[in-house]
Design a protein around this ligand. Structure first.
Ligand code: ASP
Ligand code: MG
Length: 462
């Protein structure tokens, strides 16, 4: 098939970095829809893809120690089915299938090694295959509709440290490498590259943490000084709350960086929480839309927006753990909090909310079961018990009401708590951020609380 050569870009072109999530590149039809999104808007010059839906979860299993040969084969066969089901729709199938087969063989070698000789580095190597498959395939889907899409290995530019599983990006190196190796290609090509993965100083593959492709897209946009980031997912933008909880939830047209960052942090699963950091640094607007309904609009996240309502959205995060540490010695003593946080830092645990009284401190942790992140384990609790009395409560949900000047507007607290006074509120954080008021409720009450709050706070909008 002949590929239409894109016209060279002007010296200072408007560049959009478009990122497609796992469901957007799940199968051939989904990829084709995304390819048309790219074709329709010529500013889309860089495409960042996630792995096809389900593939990274398969790879996570493969990356664990001691997986038997039969299970490994079954997992690799399942991944192969997902990828070949897409490639068989393309006219360039045989060359692409050859590439897929080579990757599958390499994956199978890494998995066999992991089964006997586990390492975190090899784990990242294994996890990186999902994006390697999807980016190669997506470049071909673009070509099949006449867009000059080319695969680019992001590991040449996304340089990181060697903290496998959660690597930190070296921004200076990324910027230099991206300007030298990636940016010049955009005059001729649409570059298709991988989210989520990078490489360390030795050239070994690293990953940025689950869901990290959004973050990759924003980092690349920052490095090449793009004008816009588009995050294409399976929902029409960011909603006032999870639409599965209430049918009243609606898509937000425009939201400021500050509010959106709080939403991402407090559970709106739509964006990786770090995504907005590079966008804010370089002042790059981020659009979030649905690749299934590209014309249905979405949410634009940017520095300044037309309206700054007190209530913008309600985020809900489940599986929270509340830890209360208590020590009579804390009364008028100094250094107690420092000791507690030293233990937490040693275990790489990050605290979300914190409240203190004269002799006790309450802390919350995101502690989802089955998560790959650092967890509050029995070992951590035992270590804290050396310092003080510790009590741990599970089964809580964190509700964050997000908006503007929440900390300083009169009546905000009473309006919110009036609605929920018949529920058992476990902890309240109010005042530290101008954008949120957070509290914990028992898991079983969470949906009802959100629904009720949404009804009241958003009843007269829209
Ligand atoms: N494929 C990776 C994951 O599933 C990264 C991403 O999708 O953003 O976590
Ligand atoms: Mg995602």
């Amino acid at each position: 098939m002949s590929v239409a050569k894109s016209k060279p870009l002007s010296n200072n072109p408007y560049i959009t970095v478009a990122k497609f999530g796992g469901t957007s590149v799940a199968d051939y039809q989904a990829m084709l829809r995304c390819a048309h999104i790219i074709k329709k808007d010529r500013t889309n010059r860089v495409v960042v893809v996630s792995a096809s839906a389900g593939v990274t979860n398969h790879l996570v299993r493969l990356s664990q120690a001691g997986i038997g040969a039969e299970e490994r084969e079954n997992i690799i066969a399942a991944i192969a089915r997902i990828q070949f089901a897409i490639s068989c729709q393309l006219t360039c199938q045989s060359a692409l299938d050859e590439e897929i087969n080579e990757l599958l063989s390499a994956l199978s070698r890494c998995a066999a090694q992991q089964a006997t000789d586990y390492s975190l580095q090899n784990s990242d190597e294994i996890l990186s295959f999902g994006e390697q498959f999807s980016s190669r395939i997506f470049a071909q889907v673009l070509q099949s509709i006449g867009v000059n899409g080319h695969y680019f290995d992001v590991r040449q530019v996304m340089k990181t440290d060697s903290l496998y599983g959660k690597a930190q990006v070296n921004l200076a190196q990324l910027s230099t490498q991206a300007k030298a190796l990636l940016r010049p290609k955009l005059n001729e090509q649409v570059v298709v590259t991988q989210g989520f993965i990078g490489s360390d100083q030795l050239g070994k593959t690293t990953t940025l943490g689950r869901g990290g492709s959004d973050y990759s897209a924003a980092l690349i946009a920052e490095a090449i000084q793009a004008n816009n980031v588009s995050i294409w997912t399976d929902v029409v933008g960011i909603f006032t709350t999870d639409p599965r909880i209430t049918g009243q939830a609606r898509s937000i047209k425009e939201i400021s960086f500050g509010e959106a960052a709080e939403m991402a942090t407090f559970g709106a699963k739509i964006l990786h929480p770090a995504t907005l950091i590079p966008a804010m640094r370089q002042d790059i607007p981020v659009f979030v839309g649905s690749s299934k309904e590209p014309d249905a609009g979405g949410t634009r996240i940017q520095r300044t927006v037309d309206s700054n309502p007190t209530y913008r959205s309600i985020a809900l995060r489940r599986e929270q753990t509340l830890v209360t540490v208590k020590s009579p010695e804390m009364l008028h003593a100094s250094g107690f909090l420092a000791k507690i946080f030293t233990v937490l830092a040693k275990h790489q645990l990050s605290v979300d909310l914190i409240t203190t009284s004269e002799i006790s401190v309450a802390l919350t942790f995101d502690n989802p079961f089955g998560s790959t992140q650092a967890l509050l384990t029995q070992a951590v609790v035992a270590e804290l018990e050396q310092l003080c009395e510790v009590s741990v409560e599970h089964g809580l949900s964190l509700i964050a009401v997000i908006g503007n000047k929440i900390h300083g507007s009169t009546g905000v607290g009473s309006r919110i708590f009036e609605q929920v006074n018949d529920f058992n509120i476990r902890m309240i954080c109010h005042g530290a951020s101008e954008h949120n008021l957070c509290f914990l409720v028992p898991e079983s009450d969470a949906n009802q609380v959100v629904e009720r709050l949404h009804d009241t706070l958003f009843s007269n909008q829209g």
